[in-house]
Design a protein around this ligand. Structure first.
Ligand code: 5GP
Length: 253
């Protein structure tokens, strides 16, 4: 089998060189990490579920004109994506207080926020992805003011779309994280949503019971993470047809 070049390996995904210039293959691993990788485990099948769910959400976003990197799913664990220059920020949108916001500001988990709140963290594992302000972003040149306007607009459109989609299947979208990347078209630069949108990067609570259906199940030892993600996939009708949990990258670096 042909070899291919590994471009980047993160905690939950691997990026390989794609078949055409300007494309990458994004491989979803089963590895789960939390607290900056202090807690780690392998959750069989997680990569398959996240590949399907991210495909579903990105395809929907494409349909409503929110530009993103997704091109097509290749197999159970891999998708073809557009290569982009990742902006070194994690963009977080919150609808309900939870996680680091509750801890930082002493606002009880579950408190509905008066409006969606957008926050930025610097993507830097060594520093533990610290919260940064627009002042920091401008001063250190991580993104321009024009980029920031586009980033907020993208993040809020993703929030509106994802909130409605989740509501339709009885899930409350508490918060989520996205990453954005730059693509160049002639002389123009455009920002697109990149990375993944999955229960790894969102907080999802069942609307009726409040049950957590996201990575907090792993972070807080609340039960089976794979059951939680399977429930999300089931509600969207994207359950993988065969159990191919053990599938490895089709091409080895
Ligand atoms: P918090 O700041 O409360 O820890 O996280 C806010 C939201 O962003 C949560 O939905 C969380 O899952 C997501 N998030 C924050 N940092 C990361 C990260 O480094 N990786 C992933 N996958 N999600 C993150």
């Amino acid at each position: 089998m042909a070899r291919r070049k590994k471009i980047y390996e993160g905690k939950a995904k691997i990026l390989y060189e794609g078949p055409e210039p300007g494309t990458l293959v994004q491989y979803f691993k089963d590895d789960a990490t939390a607290f900056n990788a202090e807690k780690r485990d392998v959750i069989e099948g997680k990569g398959v579920l996240n590949n399907r769910l991210s495909e579903y959400f990105m395809t929907g976003l494409n349909t409503i004109g929110v530009p993103n990197h997704f091109i097509k799913r290749l197999n159970m664990r891999e998708q073809l994506v557009r290569a982009c220059e990742i902006v070194p920020l994690e963009i977080i949108v919150r609808n309900v207080a939870a996680g680091s916001l509750s801890k930082r500001l002493g606002i009880a988990e579950g408190t509905a926020l008066p409006r969606p709140i957008v926050e930025y963290c610097l993507k830097d594992d060594k520093l533990g992805d610290p919260l940064v302000s627009e002042e920091h972003i401008a001063a250190f040149g991580w993104a321009s003011q024009h980029d920031m306007d586009d980033i907020v607009a993208l993040a809020l459109r993703v929030n509106d779309y994802m909130s409605g989609l989740m509501y339709g299947v009885g899930i409350r979208l508490v918060d989520f994280k996205i990453e954005v990347g730059r693509v160049y078209e002639g002389d123009f630069q455009r920002l697109i949503v990149a990375d993944e949108i999955s229960p790894d990067s969102c907080r999802l609570w069942d609307l009726e019971s409040g049950q957590k259906l996201d990575k907090d199940v792993f972070r807080q030892d609340l039960g089976s993470l794979s059951d939680a993600y399977t429930e999300v996939a089931r509600r969207f009708g994207v359950m993988p047809k065969q159990a191919t949990h053990m599938q490895k990258p089709t091409l080895i670096n």
